[in-house]
Design a binder for this molecule. Structure first.
Ligand SMILES: [Zn+2]
Length: 417
């Protein structure tokens, strides 16, 4: 079976235009009119490809390709929303290659043993309603029941519930339960996604098999000290919240560099109060973002940093608070699924490598329920992503769709993994 590279590329470009932002790039946020238009086009294509389409209670779109036996389906897909002023490939590549793979199967008259379903997750980027990975978290039962009522658009103040109702696609914001999937509902989950870095570009390879998805711990630390005159107050009498924050930022970098693993540690946000050149700061809030693949190290990073923070407070006479925003443990791709992806690429003469995903993906949530694996595609324009310059070439998209199509075929003939 050979996928249709032209059709895939043309559709990626066409649906990828929805949400065109006058400031540049694409801003297609969940439950907006432009998202709705794009979803309607996607559903039309899915139905034309012979898929049985349904939209769940929160807005994820499913399409089912029937199998000959009544077995749990293989599920594949990615997200359909973008970051503000993003590109046409992040998320969308995984949705459109899934559709292309299923349409190719139908055209070839292929009847899989297991059904295959595709999914377009909603609100993964969470550009308006913060949190991230909404669609996959919702179906895996990881969100509180009243989430849609309490979650607010950070720009307009509108609740998620209002946005879901205005979306007018029959969603039920008070019925997240209606979207839940259970362990026995699916056989395996595969997500194809662009790399969003330059490993593949530097290696000159189109495709990677993902080994693990790094865990993320994102939190905000606030130090409370005492304002004082920058001249009058002697150094030993100060309670300087900013000096502690600066030391802690350096410690984040040191912990990442010396973890014994390719940990990422970032302090990217800082708020200093009162933020004056001649006043010792009395309150400083900053973000910490740790990403790590090894479960033990991932836990240790946080514990070690908090120990450091407590020492700073002791030495400087400060107090502190921590507010955790994301805490998602590392996720490990299924060994047999990784082999099947590699074998599928080999069969079509598509060169590949293995790598870690440091960005988080919907696959992390799905991986807690099902055997999971990911296929990465080369980000061609210098590896950049989450910007209008994001690019994955027609050839690489086609290579990815071919690997996905082969992988799905192999998976849906398996009795067990
Ligand atoms: Zn993405």
């Amino acid at each position: 079976m050979k996928i249709n590279a032209e059709r895939l590329w043309d559709r990626e470009q066409e649906v990828g235009e929805y949400g065109r932002d006058p400031r540049g790039g694409i801003s297609r946020f969940a439950w907006t009119p432009e998202y709705r238009e794009a979803a309607i086009l996607l559903i039309k294509w899915m139905e034309e490809a012979g898929l049985k389409v349904r939209v769940d209670t929160v807005g994820n779109i499913y399409g089912r390709y029937e199998g000959t036996k009544d077995l749990p389906p293989v599920l594949t897909g990615s997200h359909f929303d973008t970051v503000p002023m993003g590109g046409k490939y992040d998320g969308l590549a995984g949705v459109m290659t899934a559709l292309e793979a299923l349409e190719t199967m139908r055209e070839a008259g292929y009847k899989p043993k297991r059904p295959i379903e595709m999914i377009a997750f909603i609100n993964e980027e969470a550009s308006q309603f913060l949190g991230g990975h909404f669609g996959s978290k919702a179906i895996c039962g990881m969100l509180p029941h009243d989430f849609a009522s309490v979650s607010v658009d950070r720009n307009t103040g509108k609740t998620m519930k209002e946005a879901m109702l205005e979306y007018d696609m029959g969603l039920e914001p008070d019925n997240f339960e209606g979207s839940f999937i259970k362990k026995e509902d699916y056989f395996a989950f595969i997500e194809l996604h662009i790399e969003q870095g330059k490993y593949l570009l530097k290696k000159g390879l189109p495709v990677a098999v993902v080994n693990d998805i790094a865990g993320i711990h994102q939190f905000y630390i606030t130090y409370y000290g005492e304002s004082a005159h920058a001249g009058g107050m002697a150094m030993e009498d100060r309670h300087d919240a900013f000096a502690a924050a600066a030391m802690t930022a350096c410690e984040v970098e040191r912990l990442a560099l010396e973890s014994g693993s390719p940990t990422r540690g970032t302090v990217g946000y800082l708020k200093v109060e009162p933020n004056e050149h001649n006043i010792v700061a009395n309150k400083v809030t900053f973000s910490v973002d740790f990403r790590e693949v090894e479960d033990d190290i991932w836990k240790q990073l946080y514990d070690n940093l908090i120990e450091f923070v407590e020492k700073q407070c002791e030495e400087r006479g400060l107090t502190y608070k921590v507010k955790s925003t994301i805490s998602t443990a590392p996720c490990h791709c299924h060994p047999r699924l990784k082999e099947i992806i590699a074998e599928s690429a080999d069969k079509h003469g598509i060169p590949h490598m293995n790598m870690v995903s440091y960005p988080a993906h919907d696959a992390m949530q799905m991986g807690r329920l099902y055997p999971m694996a990911m296929i990465f595609l080369r980000s061609s324009n210098g590896g950049v992503s989450h910007c209008p310059e994001e690019l994955t070439t027609k050839e690489d998209l086609a290579a990815g769709a071919q690997v996905l199509c082969e992988t799905l075929q192999r998976l849906c003939e398996l009795e067990e993994i």
